[in-house]
Ligand binder design. Structure first.
Ligand code: SAM
Ligand code: SF4
Length: 326
């Protein structure tokens, strides 16, 4: 699949729910976010049909995300269905890991190979403050242990940087990569309607994080683990893992964008931000072909996003990233 700027799109992020068992300060408001109706949400057969159609057009890789994907019942069933779609050779999952311990085995057996876990602090009290669902930390740690035990590879940790909140843990997170074959990725906070205060006042750039880490030891640019998208990767000498940075605000990676997103209610989004989205659900339910709609969405995929720190202008009316799958 080629978009209007010649970029090859072979990767789809599939959101299976807009709900979540956490309320990360930068992602979701504590309350008041309207939930999608049950009837609006795609069932697993519909998701499989869309993925199968896109695989016929060139889709190769699928990441399951949310909201929190593990709050949706029987997720391994969906994984098993997608694993059988001809052409899909890479299935991965993004999760906060709270429910991972109980599902890791089934997910691995069903076909998930790679996993990304969000973890914004190594301190329990801070995770409580950031995720706003006290008691999650031990479960996340158990989830990470389970991820290692069942053999997800690679394991990536996603850390959203916030000044005065977790920026004093940059070194501690990076140190993990010297001990374990994990990939720690620092992410710059992106503005959505629900987090403008954080985006304006607590923004911490990945460049600043890299400068700090450079004082610890040499960091060499490296290729990065399989499935690398927007991240740039670095490695400490002899380290089994890597440090990655995802820099939506201080640096633009849109020129190598290879993805589209499917929302839980069946809209295909060519860009994380902006108003553009195509309803695939209703035509699918009416038995119409969705191929022309996918082609059109590809054709109008924007050249780049237009995010502005501390402003909702470029976020296209998005209140929370949980609504589109991040
Ligand atoms: N619940 C799962 C999780 O947390 O990994 C999957 C969905 S979450 C929306 C996907 C990723 O988006 C997470 O790594 C999260 O930290 C990140 N994220 C959410 N809101 C963000 C924001 N405003 N700026 C940057 N990253 C954000
Ligand atoms: Fe939930 Fe993930 Fe958003 Fe946190 S970042 S509130 S875990 S969807």
């Amino acid at each position: 699949m080629k978009d209007g700027f010649g970029r090859t799109v072979e990767y789809l992020r599939v959101s299976v729910t807009d709900k979540c068992n956490l309320r990360c300060v930068y992602c979701m408001p504590l309350e008041g976010l309207p939930w999608m109706k049950r009837s609006e949400i795609l069932d697993y057969e519909e998701i499989e049909q869309i993925v199968r159609t896109m695989a016929g057009m060139g889709l190769r890789r699928v990441r399951i995300t949310g909201g929190e994907p593990l709050v949706r019942r029987d997720l391994p069933d969906l994984v098993a269905m997608l694993a059988k779609v001809p052409g899909i050779d890479d299935l991965s999952l993004s999760t906060n890991a709270v429910l991972l311990e109980e599902h890791a085995d089934a997910l691995r057996t069903a076909g998930v190979r790679r996993i990304n876990v969000s973890l914004d602090s190594l301190r329990e009290d801070r995770v409580d403050d950031i995720a706003r669902r006290p008691g999650s930390f031990p479960r996340i740690m158990a989830g990470l242990d389970a991820a290692e035990r069942v053999g997800f590879e690679p394991i990536k940790l996603n850390v959203v940087l916030m000044r005065g909140v977790n920026d004093d843990e940059i070194e501690a997170f990076a140190e993990i990569t010297r001990r374990r074959p994990w990939h720690v990725r620092f992410i710059e906070v992106m503005p959505t309607g629900g987090n403008l205060g954080i985006s304006a006042d607590q923004f911490f750039s990945c460049q600043a994080a890299l400068r700090r880490l450079g004082r610890l030891a040499d960091l060499s640019p490296v290729e990065g683990p399989k499935g690398n998208g927007p991240a740039d990767y670095y490695r400490f000498p002899g380290a089994p893992g890597t440090v990655g940075v995802i820099t939506p605000m201080s640096h633009n990676y849109c020129d190598r964008c290879n993805r589209m997103r499917l929302t839980a209610d069946g809209h295909l989004r060519p860009c994380l931000f902006g108003h553009l989205q195509t309803n695939l659900r209703d035509p699918l339910r009416e038995g119409r072909s969705i191929v022309p709609l996918i082609e059109e969405t590809l054709r109008v995929k924007p050249e780049r996003h237009h995010l502005v720190q501390g402003s909702a202008v470029g976020s296209g009316g998005l209140v929370a990233l949980s609504q589109t799958g991040g």
